[in-house]
Design a protein around this ligand. Structure first.
Ligand SMILES: Cc1ncc(C[n+]2csc(CCOP(=O)(O)OP(=O)(O)O)c2C)c(N)n1
Ligand SMILES: [Mg+2]
Length: 357
């Protein structure tokens, strides 16, 4: 088992010294958020195979490390995602239909089809638009935190990134700036053991990723990322310290990418199924369900109702999103200049006329 902070024991009981003592309602909300992300992933991978969306990146195995962290943040805090965190946007209130419209890049997509599928943005939930290049979100997140300090806004920023991102120059710049200027940043590294086909052992010679944080002058904590309560507790505490002006924390959530990197990847070509099976046995959703059952908050009936409800919501969202058409052709020309210059107007008019023919 991973050498990291754990709260939920194998039998579903919790370590009393570490248990964040969630209410039943909050625990069920967390479970629902994880289940929604899991069911959504499976449905979207199928939708991609049917050609109804172009691309998808699932979060299978990382639900606790994503939803557990997102739920620990306050509504005024910011979330800066990597690209595997639709579950975080959804728990912040992003409507499923809006998420589906982004995947389809249609007229009702907030970013008008200009981003790759899975590059969600949810402005109302302080959920930043995704930047594709690995690691570039880290300086963005630190910059948001620095701006908050300058404006004396007592909020925190949670930034997600992968093990692969720790090899980028942006990781170093962001961690160093955060340490020196004590920005209110929670660095959440989802160490899912792989960066597409590169294993974490080829990513770093350090024995953990969390141990990099002290070199930048702040704490790094290693938690069992398959344990939603461990992730929740650690993130909640780190965000609390950040809001009080005590600076950044790095959390290394030890997880595993149970699925492919994306719908374009076949992990059977580079990793051993036996390794996957070992990690599958630590499934974060099954683990949390055990905890709910142990607390007397869950049973077969509630599980069946939840699955049905989520399945229906997704089906409804797909139907609604598929009703929207493609973005208007003129949107190719908008949003670059506040007032469109004459040459661009001319090009647009010519293009629209050409399309009309
Ligand atoms: C600068 C850059 N190089 C390469 C890629 C292609 N790429 C996309 S995701 C990825 C792996 C990232 O791995 P990790 O940070 O561990 O995140 P994970 O996918 O495991 O969640 C790579 C190499 C990219 N998007 N940007
Ligand atoms: Mg990774």
């Amino acid at each position: 088992m991973v050498d990291a902070l754990r709260v939920i024991r194998d039998d579903g009981s919790t370590d009393p010294r570490l248990d964040p003592k969630l209410s039943e309602a909050d625990a069920v909300r967390l479970y629902r958020g994880m289940s929604l992300q899991r069911i959504l992933d499976n449905r979207m991978l199928a939708l991609q195979r049917q050609g109804r969306i172009g691309f998808y990146g699932p979060s299978l195995g990382q639900e606790a490390a994503i939803v557990g962290a997102a739920i620990a943040m306050e509504p005024d805090d910011w979330i800066v995602p990597q690209y595997r965190e639709p579950g975080a946007a959804l728990v912040r209130g992003m409507p499923l239909k809006e998420l589906l419209c982004q995947l389809m890049g249609n007229a009702e997509d907030a970013v008008k089809g200009r981003q790759m599928p899975c590059h969600y943005v949810y402005r109302k939930g302080n959920y930043l638009s995704i930047s594709s290049p690995v690691g570039t979100q880290l300086p963005h997140a630190v910059g948001i935190g620095w701006a908050m300090r300058l404006r004396r806004e007592p909020h925190a920023v949670l930034v997600f990134f992968g093990d692969g991102a720790t090899s980028t120059a942006d990781f170093h710049s962001a961690m160093n700036f955060a340490g020196v200027f004590r920005t209110p940043t929670v660095f959440l590294c989802n160490n899912n053991q792989w960066a597409i086909s590169v294993p974490v052992a080829k990513q770093t010679a350090a024995s953990t990723l969390a141990q990099k944080a002290p070199a930048y002058g702040f704490d790094g904590v290693r938690v069992d990322g398959m344990d939603a309560l461990a992730v929740y507790r650690t993130t909640r505490d780190a965000a609390g310290r950040a809001r009080e002006g005590q600076g950044p924390t790095m959390i290394e959530a030890v997880t595993y990418r149970l699925g492919p990197h994306s719908s374009s990847d076949d992990p059977a070509r580079y990793r051993d199924e036996a390794e996957v099976a070992t990690w599958r046995a630590r499934d974060p959703i099954a683990r949390f369900r055990k905890y709910l059952e142990h607390a007397g908050w869950w049973d077969e009936g509630r599980e069946a109702r939840l699955e049905q409800e989520i399945g229906d919501e997704i089906t409804h969202a797909i139907q609604e999103a598929e009703r929207a058409g493609p973005p208007g052709i003129d949107t190719l020309f908008t949003d670059v200049y506040e007032t469109m210059p004459a040459h661009l107007r001319e090009e647009r008019d010519a293009f629209v006329a050409f399309r009309g023919r």
